[in-house]
Structures are given as structure tokens and as C-alpha cells.
Design a protein around this ligand. Structure first.
Ligand SMILES: [Zn+2]
Length: 506
């Protein structure tokens, strides 16, 4: 019993045959037992039970339950040993209509757990794989969760149970390397204006890694120059075409492309802000149903093993690099970047002219997140203080892995406070809320803080997540996503503690 098809594939066979032919690889995961449909829940669980039973090092565990009450499985692989292991996290199916991501994770797990040629990896790596995050969506081949929200836009607001469970489990493992597998839609409406029958995307895969300026430079360097570079080399060897991630945008009828991403509400940046090397993979697949499915799963599998091999081969460099990044965060040397701007550039991008069945290259305007410029920056505080009633903010910070202390007595502090100068509540809902855009004036005040005030110190590993959530003007701040309310003319209940008197403890 497989999941049925949702719609017919749009891709002409001549295009598939010329640009995305099958590779003659055979996989033994559940979906490949049939020519149609995808792995269903029962098949998923029995497959995972069978392969974990065959391994001495694997454990089948559960993140929690979906909104429809299905347990969300993950597999952790750890071989006992004294050496300090790198922890590698991989996930698929956070979007329910991107099946090669989940099937690819199953193929990777099958090889890791049933083929002895891969067990050497466990000497240096602990591996955690969540093959299907959004099970409810997957069973309907629908991108979203049961409550119609997008899981990969919820990593700050944290209103979806599946994401709360995923992020909490993620924090428990505190991975050195994190990879989130997706598929992308090669037939976007914006491409229909070109050629006689429109354009289709040319690239087998796209690489997304965060350009957020609060991400530690060492993390960005290892991500791009080591992990992504090696995976790109691997793709070149296999004759697969790739590009850095781009998505079409419309500016008053003129098409341009966003390149990269900086959104802390999405996985790649959320993980990178927590000092993990972090990559999001987009494989060419949405709307293709079973077209090129073996190829899509193979590319997912190739990328996954490239990242595992890179971690294995560079164990010391990665361990020390991530440690250096964490120490840099803890030492609080850098300014806080509150708001930043993308760089406007032009970039050649290849497409397939569907009518001609030929590859074409055009130059397009792009807004690049790979070279962000800071617009507002502030001195990094010692800590942020939140009043005792800000329990939702504290709950979210805790899920994100930020340690929160509380004040044990009433205390006076000189702090910086935010006054809302201007406010614009957006007229349409995003993920079920109306975003609140504010600009503020920061001024020094003397304030009495009651016992129970929350203290978020910034000398901790995940401090850059707190910075993003708590600086009000940030695109993904708690104020903007309505976790903390703020109104024009009023003080925001977030305070910046810059120093303590005579260096006394908080
Ligand atoms: Zn996706």
C-alpha cells in the first residue's frame, strides 16, 4: 500500500530523457517496490525497525507525535568509543511534498546500517537522521502540517508541535554539522513568460547556506569552503548540474532572484546561529511525482555521503573550527547585527527552454544574501533581561537551546531600553499572525527589576539565536512574529544589560 499520486507530472519525456535521465542505480527502500506512489507510514516504521535491528550501533527513537497522533521516528547511530565524535544531523521531509528527501534518508540509513563498507564512519561520527519530519503532510503529499502552517518557517515562533519536538531533540544532540534535505519546484509560474512553452529549472540541485551576519565567520567558512565545496566537486564528478540556491521574486512586474537565505525562522540559519555547520539541499523534484525519482534519490544520497565523508576526513579541523566559533560567541567580541541588506547584483542563470528542449543562459538581477551589508548594528550586551510575565518568549528560547536564568532578588540595573518610534502591523497574515514591524530608540535608564526577571546571558553557545530573537527590528524577532507585543510610544519589555556595577555577578 503506497500513497497515491496527487497530480500528473508536467515534465515532457523528451526533457527528462535529455537532461535528467535515469542512472541505472537500484534502491531497495519501500517506494522502489512499486512504480508509483511513495513510502507510507506503516512501511516507514517497519523499514526502520528492520534496518535498526540489523545494527549494533543504531537506535530507533521518536521525536514526539504529529498533530494526527503519529509518532515521528528518528535513528541515532553511535558506536561506543573514546574518541571525541563529531555529531552529524540530517533530516528530510520537513515539507510533505518533497519525497526524494525522505526516500534519500531511508537509502542513506539502509547503506549505513546494512552495508559493512560504511561502518568505518562510526569511528569518528555519531549520526542522527530524521527521515520524515512532517509525516501528516507527507501522507497527503502536502507541503504543510495539519494546521496548514509551514514547518520550515516556524523556527522562531515555534507554534507547530512537530517543530517544537524537532528543535528540542536537535538541541539535545547539539550537532557539529546539520543538513536539511528538500526538493524544489522546477516549474515556477514566474518561468512561464519565457520561450514558447516557458522555462524549466536546469539544476539537479541547489545549495542553501546562511548569509546571516550574526552567524560566526568560522561557521560560514567551513560550510561554504569545505562542506559545500566538496559536495559540489562530487556533483561535478557525477555530471550533475548545481547552483547556489535562488528563488524567483517579482518587483513591479520585473523578475529578479533572491540568492541564498538569512531567515532564522528557517532551518539553515536557525542551525547556523547555534554554531553548527549548516546546509539546506534543494533537489529538483516538486511536481515531478515519480519522474526521475531514482535520480533525485541518488543525488540526495550522494550529497549526504559527501557531507559524512567530509566530516570524517576533516574530523580535527571541524571539531576545532566549531569549538573556535563557540568560543568567539562566548567571548562576545562582535557587534550585534540588527538589520542588514542584500547585495544587488547580476548573475547568469541557466534554464531549459521547454519548447526548444535546449539549455539557455540569461543574466538576471539578483538580491544576494551571500554578501549582506549591516544597516543597523549595536554593541553586544552582557545579557538581555525580560520581565517575569514573558513566559512564551522564555519557552521559545529554551526550545532553541538558549539557557535562561532568573533573578533571585529584586535588583536595580542601569540598562538600555527600547522605545517604539514607529510601528507598522502588516495587513495580511503570515503563518497565522500579523507581523509587527517596529523601529526603536534605545536609551539608558535606571530600572528596578523584580525577583523572577529572566536573564539571558550572551556568554553561551546559542547566544546568536537570542540576539536574533530579541533585537526588535530584526526580520525574525519575537516582536515581529508577535511572541512579545510592542506598541508605538511604549517601552518594549526587553532590556539590554551592558555592564554590572563593579563587575558583580548577575
Ligand atoms: Zn522544502
Amino acid at each position: 500500500m503506497h500513497i497515491g499520486l496527487v497530480s500528473n507530472a508536467q515534465q515532457p519525456a523528451r526533457l527528462t530523457n535529455k537532461f535528467f535521465p535515469d542512472l541505472g542505480v537500484s534502491f531497495n527502500t519501500p517506494a522502489f517496490d512499486s512504480k508509483h506512489g511513495f513510502t507510507n507510514y506503516k512501511e516507514l516504521i517497519s523499514f526502520l525497525e528492520a534496518i535498526t535491528n540489523k545494527s549494533d550501533y543504531a537506535q530507533l527513537q521518536y521525536l514526539g507525535e504529529t498533530q494526527r497522533g503519529k509518532k515521528i521516528p528518528y535513528v541515532s547511530i553511535s558506536k561506543p568509543g573514546s574518541e571525541r565524535k563529531l555529531r552529524i544531523w540530517m533530516q528530510g521531509g520537513i515539507h510533505g511534498n518533497e519525497p526524494a528527501s525522505s526516500e534519500g534518508m531511508l537509502a542513506v540509513l539502509q547503506d549505513l546500517l546494512t552495508d559493512d563498507t560504511y561502518t568505518y564512519l562510526f569511528d569518528k561520527l555519531d549520526i542522527i537522521i530524521v527521515p520524515m519530519v512532517n509525516i501528516d503532510g507527507y501522507m497527503r503529499q502536502n507541503r504543510r502540517a495539519k494546521n496548514d502552517l509551514d514547518l520550515n518557517r516556524d523556527l522562531i515562533k515555534l507554534q507547530i508541535p512537530e517543530i517544537q519536538q524537532l528543535r528540542a531533540t536537535y538541541v539535545k544532540y547539539s550537532p557539529h554539522v546539520s543538513v536539511d534535505f528538500h526538493e524544489y519546484n522546477p516549474f515556477r509560474a514566474a518561468f512561464r513568460q519565457f520561450g514558447s512553452m516557458g522555462y524549466a529549472s536546469f539544476y539537479d540541485a541547489m545549495f542553501l547556506y546562511s548569509g546571516e551576519l550574526n552567524v560566526e565567520p568560522k561557521i560560514r567558512e567551513l560550510t561554504e569552503n569545505l562542506f559545500v565545496k566538496n559536495a559540489k566537486d562530487k556533483f561535478s564528478e557525477g555530471d550533475f548540474n548545481y547552483h547556489d540556491y535562488f528563488s524567483p521574486r517579482d518587483n513591479l512586474g520585473k523578475l529578479y532572484f533572491n540568492v541564498g537565505s538569512t531567515s532564522a525562522r528557517s532551518s539553515a540559519t536557525s542551525f547556523a546561529l547555534g554554531n553548527s555547520i549548516s546546509i539546506l539541499m534543494e533537489i529538483r523534484g516538486i511536481q515531478l511525482n515519480r519522474n526521475s525519482f531514482e535520480r533525485r534519490v541518488f543525488i540526495t544520497h550522494t550529497a549526504a555521503f559527501s557531507y559524512l565523508q567530509t566530516a570524517y576526513d576533516n574530523h580535527k579541523k571541524v571539531w576545532e573550527g566549531v569549538e573556535e566559533a563557540i568560543q568567539s560567541t562566548i567571548s562576545r567580541n562582535r557587534e550585534v547585527i540588527v538589520k542588514s541588506e542584500k547585495a544587488n547584483k547580476e548573475l547568469p542563470i541557466k534554464f531549459i527552454d521547454i519548447g526548444e528542449n535546449e539549455a539557455v543562459e540569461n543574466v538576471f538581477p539578483v538580491a544576494s544574501s551571500k554578501e549582506m551589508q549591516a544597516v543597523i548594528s549595536r554593541e553586544r550586551p552582557l545579557a538581555y533581561l525580560l520581565p517575569p510575565d514573558q513566559t512564551q518568549a522564555v519557552k521559545n528560547l529554551t526550545i532553541l537551546g538558549v539557557k535562561v536564568d532568573t533573578l533571585t532578588t529584586n535588583k536595580n540595573f542601569e540598562v538600555e531600553s527600547y522605545q517604539v518610534k514607529a510601528q507598522e502591523i502588516e495587513p495580511s497574515k503570515y503563518q497565522g499572525y500579523f507581523p509587527n514591524n517596529v523601529s526603536t530608540r534605545v536609551s539608558k535608564i535606571e530600572k528596578k527589576f523584580p525577583q523572577g526577571t529572566y536573564i539571558i546571558r550572551l556568554d553561551q553557545k546559542n547566544a546568536n539565536l537570542a540576539v536574533t530573537a530579541l533585537e526588535p527590528e530584526n526580520d525574525n524577532s519575537f516582536v515581529r512574529v508577535r511572541v512579545i507585543e510592542a506598541c508605538k510610544g511604549q517601552e518594549i519589555p526587553i532590556y539590554r544589560l551592558m555592564k554590572t556595577e563593579g563587575g558583580q555577578n548577575l
